[in-house]
Design a protein around this ligand. Sequence first.
Ligand SMILES: [Zn+2]
Length: 330
Amino acid sequence: MSQDEHPGLTREQLDPFAGKSCGPSRQSRDPIAPSDIRSWIDAIGDTNPIYVDDDASMATGRSSVIAPPAMLQVWSMAGLGGTSKSTTQDPRKELFALLDDAGFTSVVATNCEQEYLGDAVPGDWITTSEVIESVSDVKDTGLGRGHFITTVMSFTASPDPLGDGELIGRQRWRLFRFAPKNRGSGGQAGGDSDRPPRPRPAINRDNAFFFEGTLAGELRIQKCDSCGTLRHPPSPACGACQSFDWSTVAMSGRGTIHSFVVNHHPQVPAFDYPLVVALVDLEEGVRFVAEMPDTDREDVAIGLPVEVRYRKQEDDLVMPHFVLAEGSSQ
Ligand SMILES: [Zn+2]
């Protein structure tokens, strides 16, 4: 990728978008319903009683149950048919068209921060409004060259659908619009000769041990130094006892298929399809997800024994996958 191909937009082009409202504010389709809260906490596994038990909530100084703060965005979702109500006044359309024309045609959401300022309760109507906070200068990243776009959504709650409402939270949302690294401006993905490489995992200080392990031919899993619980995927703290102290242990690489999916779509050119992806119960008692690229869907079944194998993806990167254990059959 040459910088000349994608020089990026100028401040003169970008600055007029900062501070612009993304169209009129939008109200939730329905007031907050206890049944929606119950569905959400069941799905998430949140057992905090202040969402379902008035007494527990009143013990915290509130007057009734409240909606989980992390549901903020749920109430503002427009639903599957919601695009018909979307506004034609959204300045992001013009911004995205400018970025498309400049070659920044790919998009990835990079981060989302929520700030909780007040409670919403069943019966409240939630109204959202969004503004473009900033558009960055052109940046070079591992994904490619592009611009970061940050928007801020404000949420208000009111028992009256026509009321002004009280500010209960904000959400800062950042997108990266970019020109992918492995495609030049006139390049084409596809065709075996220029098959793009597999995406690299994001390796950081929390998970580097895992990839050091696969390089050494080991499946290393975190073990809490305080209570001994195994955990995967890697995380800084133990979910069972909250200890930050951990070490790693090498798994045998043997397990059984707990569940699996067969991926047909969407297809990423670096992979072969249909692609079996298995959720494996490792015999040490922790679950692990990996593909089974050399296995036909017809041969896979829940409960079958599998074994880990390793494949070199790049000089410094080895990825694990599973194969059916020798002698296993349905
Ligand atoms: Zn622990």
